[in-house]
Design a protein around this ligand. Structure first.
Ligand SMILES: [Zn+2]
Length: 69
């Protein structure tokens, strides 16, 4: 279970979404996969194409990635 901070590309709202288990790619350049859908408080369910990871979200994701080892 993991909460990440996203920015919605549609409404520009910043929000936290519980993405569940994160599957990290084995190949560089691929995006991680999330167990849960990302839900914007205004727009509802979004795909990863509809959101940006904020700087905080990047930091959170990196921290989770490091915990694996
Ligand atoms: Zn939105």
């Amino acid at each position: 279970m993991a909460e990440l901070n996203f920015e919605c590309k549609k409404c520009r709202k910043i929000f936290d979404s519980n993405v569940g288990t994160i599957t990290f790619p084995t190949e560089p350049g691929q995006r991680p996969k999330f167990e849960n859908s990302i839900v914007c408080p205004s727009c509802g369910v979004l795909t990863i194409e509809d959101v940006l990871l904020t700087e905080l979200g990047q930091t959170q994701l990196t921290a989770i990635d490091m915990e694996r080892w």
